[in-house]
Design a protein. Structure first.
Length: 366
């Protein structure tokens, strides 16, 4: 259900529908079951540490090293995704209504608590949380409902309303525990991450819309190019279907199947996005199309796809479900990608070469 990769790319931790928590030694191609009583949404590797975060079904949260030492333990509500920084100072967890809380025990404070919709159950996906420790930023990505939200007018803590203003794509200040910006432009289920240097937010969604913005200018969300249509141009006096409405100057050829599918389409890519993940510290990231095994390489700040990679179908990567969108994870520092499988609890490990821009399969494990 969830996979997370260590910064050095040597290990991954995964939590499964079977309630198993599995530690994968990617370097030596081995695995170890850590627990058979784990919260299935709780696996998280801590940045730049040999330790990971997880929760058992008695609601105990653990910070545990790859050698087995528990260096922190506390009681908490059942989490539907959580993150912690390398200093173990900032712990943020989501409940099933996508309420966000900072800290635990007597020190726990709400960050977002302004409605019960959208939520985990209603949207069929986890609220994706990612941290930028350098800039003390938190990004959350779920399901876009509200638009044109002003944090100065709409508080993130308001319990007497049904629909949350902050269930979509939101940038938060970890120190003040308040929203910086509700990032506009996406629709429906959205996935997004912060770049390793904390400078960029990149997103993709169920409606096929891709966006990017610099964290210094969160009010400015630029469009990613559609793989086949290009960049939609605002303000031109033509209809939506008019080809003059799109800039196609930077497109590259898309991979095509030998025969059309049942809809007559031969493209092996799709703009409809289930996940995005950085694969390189120097701004390169991957965009995963829903149901597809072909993925696209982008550069943060650049709207054009740079290259397409085939993850293969033996086994097929876990791109079929938004509920498992976080069973895709990377280590940008080590250029490692790990995906789950569609039909079993195994993983596939790939390594990216940023000089050659190649992606190589290294290990398929059951």
């Amino acid at each position: 259900m969830v996979i997370s990769v260590s910064s050095d790319g040597k290990h991954a931790i995964s939590s499964h529908l079977s309630k198993d928590l599995v530690l994968w030694d990617l370097e030596h191609k081995q695995k170890k079951i850590i627990s058979q009583n784990a919260n299935i949404y709780s696996a998280y590797f801590i940045h730049n540490r040999d330790a990971f975060l997880w929760q058992d079904l008695e609601n105990q949260v653990y910070v545990q090293t790859v050698e087995g030492e528990v260096i922190k333990q506390f009681d908490h509500f059942p989490t539907y995704g959580h993150v912690i920084d390398s200093s173990l100072t900032h712990y943020v967890a989501s409940d099933d209504d996508w309420n966000l809380f900072h800290g635990h025990g007597e020190d726990m404070l709400p960050i977002k608590q302004d409605g019960t919709s959208p939520s985990f159950l209603g949207s069929g996906k986890l609220l994706h949380l990612s941290l930028s420790e350098e800039n003390s930023l938190l990004l959350s990505a779920g399901f876009v409902v509200a638009k044109n939200v002003n944090p100065a007018v709409h508080p993130a803590i308001k319990e007497d309303q049904l629909f949350s203003h902050y269930g979509g794509l939101v940038l938060w200040d970890l120190e003040s525990k308040s929203p910086i910006a509700n990032l506009e432009g996406n629709a429906s289920k959205v996935d997004a991450v912060i770049s390793p240097d904390g400078q960029w937010v990149v997103s993709g969604d169920e409606s096929g819309i891709g966006r990017f913005t610099h964290t210094d200018e969160p009010e400015k969300m630029d469009r990613l190019a559609s793989y086949t249509a290009g960049i939609f141009l605002d303000g031109l006096p033509y209809g939506l279907g008019d080809p003059r409405k799109f800039d196609t100057s930077g497109l590259i050829p898309v991979p095509l199947a030998a025969k059309p599918d049942r809809w007559g389409d031969r493209s092996l890519t799709t703009d409809t996005t289930v996940a995005v993940a950085f694969i390189n510290d120097s701004k390169e990231y991957l965009r995963f199309g829903t149901y597809k095994h072909w993925i696209a390489l982008f550069e943060a700040g650049n709207p054009w796809p740079q290259k397409y990679f085939d993850l293969g179908t033996d086994p097929h990567p876990s791109t079929f479900s938004y509920l498992r969108s976080q069973s895709i994870a990377t280590s940008p520092q080590a250029h490692v990608l790990v995906t789950g499988h569609v039909n079993d609890g195994g993983i596939t490990v790939y390594r990216y070469d940023p000089d050659e821009r190649t992606l190589t399969k290294e290990w398929v494990a059951e």
